[in-house]
Design a protein around this ligand. Structure first.
Ligand SMILES: [Mg+2]
Length: 192
């Protein structure tokens, strides 16, 4: 059995989170609870969490870029990605390690500057490369063991927002972003 690295200390986690410029997320089981709803014509619905969505918008306001990397393909994800103003939506990437490299080169970001959140064993490739790897509380055991950060929230129930908050707090941008949400006119006075 391969020896797994110990979880980083709070200080190391903060250091890793402060370096993040791109937040990338798997979709099923991370931005959703993993449920796939099928109709006669195929996949018709997924359930996204509005608080996660808001978290992604806050990340963008604070100057971080956000992206989706998923093995599946659906127009629902394209629509949600547009709504949230994501920098990239990479779908149908069965080989997620290759998809992750493609994402980094497309957005010209180094692996150290990227946080990736995934929930299952097919995410282990990008999770092993990202400067900050994270998973929802209900991720597969192998994933929970290997990441830097296991969220307290489950997939589709606030895990993504938790990662955004971790990164914004680490880089000292959380309070300013919340302040901006409270009063957008005050943005000029607040350095995000
Ligand atoms: Mg997944």
């Amino acid at each position: 059995m391969t020896e797994l690295p110990p979880k980083p200390s709070r200080d190391e986690l903060t250091e890793r989170a402060a370096r993040v410029r791109l937040l990338a997320f798997d979709v099923d089981g991370v931005l959703t609870d993993g449920g796939l709803y099928y109709g006669d014509g195929g996949e018709v619905m997924k359930r996204f969490d509005v608080k996660d969505g808001h978290g992604l918008v806050m990340a963008r306001l604070a100057g971080l870029r956000t992206a989706i990397l998923t093995a599946r393909s659906s127009s629902i994800v394209e629509v949600r990605g547009r709504e949230l103003g994501l920098a990239a939506v990479l779908q149908g990437r069965k080989n997620k390690a290759a998809g992750f490299r493609e994402l980094l080169s497309q957005l010209e970001v180094s692996p150290e500057e990227c946080a990736y959140m995934g929930d299952d064993v097919n995410d282990l490739g990008p999770l092993g490369m990202a400067g900050l790897s994270a998973c929802p509380a209900d991720a597969a055991a192998e994933v929970r063991q290997s990441v830097h950060y296991v969220a307290r929230c489950r997939g589709g129930h606030g895990a993504a927002r938790e990662l955004v908050e971790l990164c914004l707090r680490a880089s000292g941008r959380w309070e300013a972003t919340v302040q901006h949400m409270r009063d957008p006119d005050a943005l000029q006075a607040v350095k995000l």
